[in-house]
Design a protein around this ligand. Structure first.
Ligand code: SF4
Length: 302
């Protein structure tokens, strides 16, 4: 695989020769699959009644200090967990998840294996696999990689974590997260089109933007929503506004003020302010709140 000899699949473009070792993301030539499961807690259009067929890949191009999956995502852990799988193994796994009744195929943190996953999905489809394929990503993507997924991926389920470069540098280790989240989002909308949901309530194509409201970062959340609405239009995506930040996973950044604020939960005022802005901008989608403000938003997806 040419990509693995000088990898540039994600914005890190670290140039690692993954046939010989691991890149900055912790990934070698073949994926380590940390978990395969029926996942009932994604957004309703992804999980449906049967749950999504989730495949969790170890490793990640980002290094978020608040990551809840650090045991499988951090570089130092990525080479130690899970099971190494070939594209044939993956194609069989995708078909097995469909046979178990999964509503969608939910590829979690797939970016470092984009090229291999294109081939694995093709192989599964040749054997009759037909679930919508969901690219469940942290949003730190290259538009070129997203464009290469046309015809493979049906739904992009992407984070848009921050816009501020200073915030992204301190919380993820990269200063250009917002820049790439935006340019790749533009490409996702171009590639997957407007959201389309079937009569069974399962999304067939389109983009869902996830945004987790962080403590003390309300202004950046508002800037993210405005930027998304201003760039692709609020009706071109579904918004999944998340409130479940948990400080338990937070690692120190060495910035005393940031460390202090990130050790608390999000306040009701912060979350409600961001939610009001989402409504004002005309986003449709999902919120992790019991008292949804309009019928367009679905309360907690349990
Ligand atoms: S996907 Fe991994 S190996 Fe490839 S450029 Fe990104 S960090 Fe480097």
């Amino acid at each position: 695989m040419e990509e693995n000899k000088s990898c540039a699949l994600c914005p890190r473009r670290c140039g690692a020769d993954r046939t010989k070792g691991e890149g900055v993301c912790g990934c070698g030539a073949l994926p380590r699959v940390a978990r395969v499961m029926i996942h009932r807690w994604e957004e309703p259009v992804i999980s449906g009644g049967g749950g999504s067929g989730a495949v969790f890949f170890a490793g990640c191009p980002l290094g978020c200090v608040f990551c809840q999956n650090g045991d499988i995502s951090r570089r130092e852990n990525a080479g130690k967990v899970g099971k190494v799988m070939t594209e044939d193994d993956l194609a069989d796994t995708f078909s097995a998840l469909a046979e178990k009744g999964a509503a969608t195929l939910d590829l979690v943190s797939p970016t470092p294996f984009s090229d291999l996953l294109i081939r694995a999905v093709k192989k599964a489809r040749e054997s009759g696999f037909s679930l919508p394929v969901v690219w469940n990503t942290g949003g730190y993507e290259r538009p070129e990689t997203i464009a290469s997924l046309k015809g493979t991926v049906d739904v992009f389920l992407t984070d848009f974590k921050f816009l501020s470069s200073s915030l992204s540098r301190r919380l993820t280790g990269v200063p250009d997260y917002g820049e790439f989240a935006l340019s790749s989002l533009r490409e996702m909308v171009k590639t997957a089109g407007d959201p389309v949901t079937g009569d069974d309530g399962i999304m067939r194509s389109g983009v869902i933007v996830r945004h987790l409201v962080l403590p003390g970062q309300k202004d950046d959340s508002l800037a993210v929503l405005k930027k998304v609405a201003g760039t692709v239009g609020s009706s071109s995506v579904l918004l999944s506004l998340m409130s479940q930040y948990t400080p338990e996973f937070y690692l120190k950044t060495g910035d005393p003020e940031l460390d202090r604020v990130m050790r608390r939960r999000v306040t009701t005022f912060e979350y409600e302010t961001v939610r009001a802005e989402a409504l004002r901008l005309g986003f449709d989608g999902f919120m992790q709140e019991r008292d949804s403000a309009t019928a367009a938003f679905t309360p907690e997806w349990d």
